[in-house]
Every structure is written in C-alpha cells, then in structure tokens.
Design a protein around this ligand. Structure first.
Ligand code: SP5
Ligand code: ZN
Length: 316
C-alpha cells in the first residue's frame, strides 16, 4: 500500500446527469460512486487517505490556455444547480458536460495530483493520487472524454522542474491530452498502451507513427492493441513499454492508471482480469523509480476497489 494516498471529496460536485452517444442519452459512466468503491476498498485493506493541499493556478497555466481555465471556471459558476451544459467551443465531444460544480471538482482533482507530486519531491517513493474527474483527454484548450484539467500532465510538468519524467499511460484509451502537452519535449516522455483508436475513442490520435515533434522526436510512443486483448497479450506489450522507459531512465515515473482495461468494464474493450492488475503493478515497480499514480478511467463501479487494491499490492 502506498505511504500516501491523496483524495478530495470535492469530486462529488461534478455529477453530470448523462452522456450522449449516437444522439442518445446514456447514463454518465464516469460516476462519483467510482471513488467510493476505491476508497472503501483501500480503507478495508488498511490504507490511509489524506486530503490535498492547495496549489496556485500557475501550475495549470503551463498545460492549459488561460482562456480555457477562465471559461471552465466562469461557465461552471454560471450554471444553476442541476443544469448541465453540453458541447460548444472548448468542449470537444459529448463526454465532457459541465455542471455547476465541475470547475471546483476539476480544480480539486489537480490539487490531488499536485499534492502527490509534491510528496514525491519530498522523497516519497510511491504515491497514489485518487483524481476525479480524470484528466488524460484534457487538452490545452479543450475538455473531452470525462476530462477537464489534465492532472497527469500538470503533475508531470511540476516534477519535470526537478528532473526527467516518463508518463506511462495504461488507461484503456489513448491519452491524447497528455501526448499533446509533451509532444515537442525531450524531458518528458509519453508512452501509452491503449485500444486501437481506429475503432475506439479518441479515434483521432494514438497511432504508432506519432513519435513526437522537433526536440520531442523519439520521446512519444503509442502501442495500440486490438479489441479483446488478454492478460498475456497485454503483458507482452507492457514489457515493450517498460523497456522503452528503462532506456530513457527518467528521474520520476507518472502512471496514468485506468481500470477500464478490465474484462467486465461497461465501456471497455480488453479482457484483463483482477489478478493481472497485481502483476501489472509488480512490473511497473520493477522500473525502480519514484512513482506517482494518477487515477484516470475505470467504470465497473462495483469491482473498481478490488482492481485498485490488486494493483496496489503489486506496485506496493
Ligand atoms: C478517462 C476515460 O477513460 N475517458 C473515456 C472516455 C470514453 N468515452 C467514450 C465512451 C463511449 C461509451 N458509450 C457507448 C454506449 C453505447 N450505448
Ligand atoms: Zn479510459
């Protein structure tokens, strides 16, 4: 179990009533109950949870456009209780609706990530930032895919002041926002395993030929995997990512940790099993780097806690 696990109750302020798929309203899969599932399982497993500290906006401004941050803050605040706001400028898809509490919840989620990053700088070896809403689809000036502020990018950038950073993204989906944030930087490497974007969200990025730009060439790696990917297929692919990261030899590791790769995930596509997450944790631990875990997706509310604890037992 990580020494420090950071969590803010403010995430409940973000509770959109539905998402839209094919023009039809679906229940919002990024449910606040996701956190309850993980928190309860952690406490039961003997983990101790603490609230985040507050960090200034200067950290967000290094990843997000100021007009975007203002838009999210002001538009959230202007909404009436229970009134949702769906796509327009700044909102890339139908999976990032806003409600009154969205800005406050997303801002607290950044503080959770930055508190975790600060703990790493203070010498902690393993920290779990229980972020909600998640972040890896949030771009410089666009919210998308349940994500508003890019928690992992903001934390990775914060850590990069003190040394090189590798971001390993094991969420089911390609972290298009994180890739974008570091695409031209050689000091922050982004490496992602995800379902083939030709057939699943986010559709437009996550292909193998996206290797970085300018000074960033060679510091971005995408490994798309087929629908139906099993534990052993995933494990083989993960070894490749781990080798790539080990060669880079970063000072810090950030893991964008999604459990939507789970066999039973309601919006999933892979077949990973509960015991496999422990193995995944062990392999990541094998890198031997100070590691900040950032919670991303994972939508099987009932089993999420078990999956998190399985992973934490492996990564320790
Ligand atoms: C952080 C994260 O995991 N974001 C994922 C965003 C994925 N959005 C696409 C979900 C599509 C599910 N809707 C299909 C319902 C069919 N009735
Ligand atoms: Zn995902």
């Amino acid at each position: 179990m990580p020494e420090r696990i950071i969590y803010s109750e403010d995430h409940v302020l973000h509770n959109p009533p539905f998402e839209i798929y094919d023009g039809v309203k679906d229940p919002y899969a990024e449910d606040p109950a996701r956190m309850t599932s993980i928190v309860d399982a952690i406490i039961q497993a003997g983990g101790v949870i603490e609230p985040p500290q507050q960090f200034p906006d200067s950290n967000l401004l290094r990843v997000h456009h100021p007009a975007y941050i203002d838009f999210l803050r002001q538009r959230s605040a202007s909404l009436k209780e229970g009134e949702p706001f769906y796509p327009s400028y700044f909102i890339l898809d139908t999976y990032a609706p806003m409600v009154k509490g969205t800005y406050d919840a997303a801002r607290a989620s950044v503080d959770v990530a930055l508190t975790g990053a600060q703990a790493i700088l203070d010498g902690e070896n393993l920290v779990y930032a229980l972020c909600r809403p998640p972040g890896h689809h949030a771009q410089n000036r666009a919210m998308s895919g349940y994500c508003y502020f890019n928690n992992a990018s903001i934390a990775a950038d914060f850590l990069s002041e003190k040394g090189s950073v590798a971001v390993l993204d094991v969420d089911l989906h390609h972290g298009n926002g994180t890739q974008e944030a570091f695409y031209e930087r050689p000091d922050v490497l982004y490496s992602s395993l995800h379902v083939d974007p030709a057939v699943k969200f986010p559709y437009s990025t996550g292909f193998t030929d996206e290797i970085g730009k300018r000074e960033g060439i060679g510091f971005n790696r995408n490994t798309p995997l087929a629908i139906g990917t099993t534990d052993s297929e995933y494990s083989d692919a993960l070894s490749g990512e781990i080798e790539y990261i080990a060669r880079f030899d970063p000072k810090f590791l950030v893991v964008s940790l999604g459990f939507d790769t789970y066999d039973k995930d309601p919006i999933g596509a892979f077949r990973l099993t509960e015991p496999y997450y422990r193995q995944m944790g062990e392999v990541i631990r094998g890198l031997g780097k100070p590691t900040l875990l950032i919670q991303e997706g994972g939508y099987h509310v009932e089993d999420l806690g078990k999956l998190a604890v399985s992973f934490l037992e492996g990564v320790r």
